[in-house]
Structures are given as structure tokens and as C-alpha cells.
Design a protein around this ligand. Structure first.
Ligand SMILES: [Fe+2]
Length: 519
């Protein structure tokens, strides 16, 4: 199916120039046994003059090699102003390599700001579905608005991705995905559909198969094809509750776990529309980054897993747990960090230099304190920000010290809609509100254990404004100069492949007034 000599000729020729006849040669140099764009197409990380385009060639996506021979495959992408590609305005040859699962991360530059484009990939005689994406407004533009989805947590076995049908219908500028894109663990019962491999992935081939399975979902493909994404990860892309070099139960050596992390990070990179600069090196992958939307908004995209201190006061089995802060001295060790000292310093710098009206901290967790013990005493879940209280306080103090304009924290992990006031001291009702927070329930993952006692948690934590976890969904955010509006969207069911969706509640943050207000 693949002619190596031919390929080398094409490569050599492309080193000289990128003329149309050579591109045609590249197109002819490969024949696929079946359709190679089974995993769809995606785009991400829009800048004022471009974006990242992604696809992965795989004729048999659920096989470790994707059904392709171990050679690079010549192909190309095209960007057009119209859906029918009458006017192709950018095109380039790519040679996706077997070592990276024949994935493409093409960075397109030189386009006009603040407009939509169409793109597609061509390989042999196969043409991909047509994707739709957009550039960001220019830096000086006070863009009139930005609309995006806050999405997270899509356990394949827990249900269908009906939320993405509504995301596509919403016609948004961005999807911001905040972790648990895949789940490494399978459920024993109560599943709606099944992972094709039940064992937890450990090696690269296992993670590739898990990602490919998720990417075969038509609604997920459609959300990627129609809207550009930015993303960060949480724990399940690697292992539940992992921290830095330590796995969930702390049984494997750091060395062993880092080789698993390297496999997981590589497969994640191979399946997401990430800039080439994020390509991992061994177990290291820098995913934290910034993104600007004119002068209207800046996204500060954070990594809460790779650099964190180990969880405080783990259980006897080595797991993160609920702890009483009075009996866990470790919890208050000021040297403990969730972002890592370098990412903390990077973020503080970004806060200092931001001139954006809205500053959106895109990160994977619930940041607000959540005391899980009714009445006297407190109980905190150590895997979230509550397990890193000094690090949380440092971050919020930096928000205050840098006079960051309109900070809004968005997160996931908890599988419930949370709306919260963020304070320097959550235990002091007089402590001023310094930022606003929204978490986006879950695309499909079951509600967390806190769903059962949501009323108690609301009563116990007066800075929490809203809490609801009986429906899966996302948050639809609409940002203009004067307001940040968050619609908490819930889907009726994820147990069936079709379902309606509705807005459960609407909150707004006014320019200059931290704290979400119910509308
Ligand atoms: Fe999750």
C-alpha cells in the first residue's frame, strides 16, 4: 500500500519547493485499504492569524497501529474561505509519522483575524470531513463578544455525549475542555456502553486504543469538527488521582509510573489539536499556556497534575481521602504546591502583564473550599484545591496583588454544576470576594458522591451559590465588555443516544464586581 522509494522521491523534491505538481505526487503516493479519517478532524488554539489543525490517519482505529504500515504517509491539508473549497487560501504537505500514530498537528499562520474558515485533509484518494474553525480577534480589538463551552469529564461507559449536540447547535467560538477526556478505568456495573478493553491502559498502545475508542463517538467528532478547542487535562487521562510521579495507590515506583505517564501523555498529544510545541518529551509535556481573545479576554490554561506535591495525609492504601484539617499537619505545609513553583511564577507574571477585561483561569478542579462535614469541624477532599490550601491562597493573593481585571475561574472534576464566590479566607464571612467560579458538571460521567448531600454542602459553605449534579451537561459562557454570563446547561439523559438539553440556571458576573449573581 505504500511505496517507500516513491515517498523518498517526494520528500527530496519537497525540500526544493512546494509546487502544485509535487503536491499531486504526494497525493498519489499512497493507497489505503479503507477510509483513513475514521477519527475525524479537529482544530484548536486560535490566534489572530491562525490555528492548529489535527487529524490522525487510522483505517482500523481500534488496533494498536491504527491499521497502517510503519512508514510516514504523505498527505496535505487545505484551508478555504468557503465550505466547497472553491478558494483554497493555504495548503501544505505533511508526512505524519508512525512514531506519533500518524497524527498531524499543523500550525496554520498568515490568515485574517476574527473570521471563520473551513479545512480538510487529503491523503491518497481519501478526503476528510470538512472542518470549520476560526481565528481570534486581533490583540487591540475590543471584540464585542466571545461565546464558549466549559466541558469536562466524559466517561464513555457512563453515557452518550448528547451535550455535544447542544454545544454544536449553540454555534460557539470555542470549546474549553477541562480534563477527564478519557477514563483509564472501566466500571463494573451500570454502564451504558462498554470500553473495548476493560483493563486499565498502561502502555502506549493501550492508551492509543482508549483515545481512539472515544474519538469514534460521532457527537464528540462533530464538536471537534465544528468548533476550535483549547484543553487541559486532569487525572483520568493517566490514572485516577495521580500526583506528579505518584500513581493513585502509590504502589509502583516513581520510575515505573513516569513511564506510564509518558505513554499516556504521548497518546493524549497524538489525539488532540494541540500546538506542536506541546509535543511531550518522555514523561514531560507542557500543556499550560495562554490564549487571548482581543482585549476582551485572556485564558490562562493551567496544569494541575504534572507538577503537584503528593496529596497530604493519604489513606493507609496510599489514596487521596477526606481529611480533618485539624489532624493533618501536612495540609498546611506552605511548601506544598498544586501547580508547581515554576507554573505559579509563570501565572503571576501573566497576571502582572494582562491588560484583558476578563481573565479566565481554565483549570481542571473546583477551586472553592468545600467542607464536607455538616456542623462542627471540617472535612476536606485532599485531591482537589482543598488539599492545597496555601497554594490556593497564593494564587488568589496574586490575583489581588496584580489587580487582575475580572478573574473568573472555570473548572471540572466534580461532575456537578458549582457556582461560587472565591475568597482569600473561606472561613471568614467578611473576607471579600476576589474572583468568581463556575464548574461545568460533566459531559457524561456520573455525579460525584456529593450529589446526595448537596443541600448540606450548600448550607455548610456559604460562599457556594449553586450546586446541582443530577444532570450531565456543560456551561455556556457569553462574554461581552460589561458581563460574563454563564448558562448552566443540563441534558435530559445520557442513557440514550438522543436527548434534549435545557438551561437549568443563569448567573452573571458584572464588570468590576466579583461574584456570580443569579439572574
Ligand atoms: Fe471526572
Amino acid at each position: 500500500m505504500f511505496d517507500r522509494r516513491r515517498f523518498l522521491e517526494v520528500l527530496a523534491a519537497l525540500g526544493v519547493s512546494h509546487t502544485a505538481p509535487l503536491r499531486a505526487q504526494a497525493d498519489r503516493a499512497v493507497r489505503f485499504e479503507s477510509y483513513p479519517f475514521t477519527l475525524g478532524v479537529a482544530s484548536g488554539y486560535p490566534t489572530p492569524d491562525g490555528f492548529v489543525l489535527w487529524t490522525r490517519l487510522a483505517t482500523k482505529p481500534l488496533e494498536p497501529d491504527g491499521g497502517l504500515a510503519p512508514e510516514p504517509v504523505p498527505m496535505r491539508w487545505e484551508v478555504a474561505e468557503d465550505e466547497r473549497f472553491a478558494k483554497v487560501i493555504a495548503s501544505r504537505a505533511e508526512f505524519p509519522a508512525h512514531d506519533w500514530a500518524h497524527s498531524v498537528h499543523a500550525e496554520v499562520r498568515g490568515l485574517a483575524p476574527d473570521r471563520w474558515y473551513f479545512y480538510r485533509f487529503l491523503a491518497g484518494d481519501a478526503v476528510s470531513p470538512v472542518g470549520r474553525t476560526r481565528t481570534a480577534p486581533p490583540p487591540t480589538a475590543g471584540s464585542p463578544r466571545l461565546r464558549f463551552a466549559i466541558a469536562s469529564c466524559q466517561h464513555f461507559e457512563h453515557g452518550y455525549y448528547n451535550a455535544y449536540k447542544q454545544v454544536v447547535a449553540d454555534d460557539l467560538d470555542l470549546v474549553v475542555f477541562l480534563g477527564d477526556y478519557i477514563y483509564e478505568s472501566s466500571v463494573r456495573q451500570g454502564y451504558v456502553r462498554r470500553h473495548n478493553q476493560i483493563a486499565e491502559p498502561v502502555a502506549l498502545a493501550d492508551y492509543r486504543i482508549r483515545h481512539a475508542l472515544y474519538k469514534t463517538d460521532a457527537d464528540l467528532q462533530s464538536a471537534h469538527r465544528m468548533v476550535p478547542w483549547i484543553a487541559t487535562w486532569d487525572d483520568h487521562e493517566v490514572d485516577n488521582d495521580y500526583a506528579n510521579d505518584r500513581q493513585e495507590e502509590g504502589r509502583t515506583s516513581p520510575h515505573e509510573f513516569l513511564s506510564r505517564r509518558a505513554a499516556a501523555y504521548q497518546a493524549y498529544y497524538e489525539h488532540m489539536p494541540l500546538p506542536a510545541a506541546m509535543r511531550p518529551r518522555g514523561p514531560d509535556m507542557r500543556i499550560h499556556t495562554g490564549l487571548a481573545w482581543g482585549s476582551l479576554a485572556s485564558f490562562h490554561v493551567l496544569d494541575g497534575r504534572q507538577y503537584r506535591s503528593h496529596q497530604a495525609c493519604s489513606s493507609a492504601a496510599g489514596r487521596a481521602s477526606d481529611v480533618d484539617p485539624g489532624s493533618c499537619v501536612d495540609l498546611r505545609d506552605p511548601s506544598r504546591t498544586l501547580l508547581g513553583k515554576r507554573q505559579e511564577a509563570w501565572l503571576d507574571e501573566r497576571f502582572a502583564s494582562s491588560r484583558s477585561t476578563w481573565n479566565i483561569l481554565a483549570q481542571p478542579l473546583l477551586m472553592a473550599q468545600r467542607d464536607n462535614r455538616p456542623g462542627e469541624g471540617q472535612l476536606f477532599w485532599t485531591d482537589g484545591w482543598d488539599g492545597y490550601p496555601d497554594a490556593r491562597r497564593r494564587l488568589l493573593e496574586s490575583v489581588v496583588a496584580r489587580r487582575l481585571s475580572n478573574p473568573v475561574v472555570i473548572g471540572g472534576d466534580v461532575h456537578m454544576h458549582f457556582v461560587a464566590d472565591l475568597k482569600l479566607d473561606f472561613d471568614d464571612e467578611k473576607s471579600p470576594v476576589v474572583a468568581s467560579e463556575f464548574t461545568g458538571t460533566s459531559i457524561s460521567s456520573n455525579a460525584g458522591p456529593w450529589q446526595r448531600n448537596w443541600k448540606t454542602i450548600l448550607a455548610e459553605n456559604p460562599h457556594l451559590k449553586y450546586l446541582r449534579g443530577d444532570q450531565r451537561g456543560y456551561v455556556r459562557a457569553s462574554v461581552s465588555g460589561g458581563r460574563f454570563i454563564a448558562d448552566l446547561v443540563g441534558v435530559e439523559t445520557v442513557k440514550l443516544p438522543e436527548s434534549g438539553a435545557r438551561v437549568l440556571a443563569r448567573f452573571a458576573v458584572e464588570d468590576g464586581k466579583p461574584g456570580p449573581q443569579r439572574q
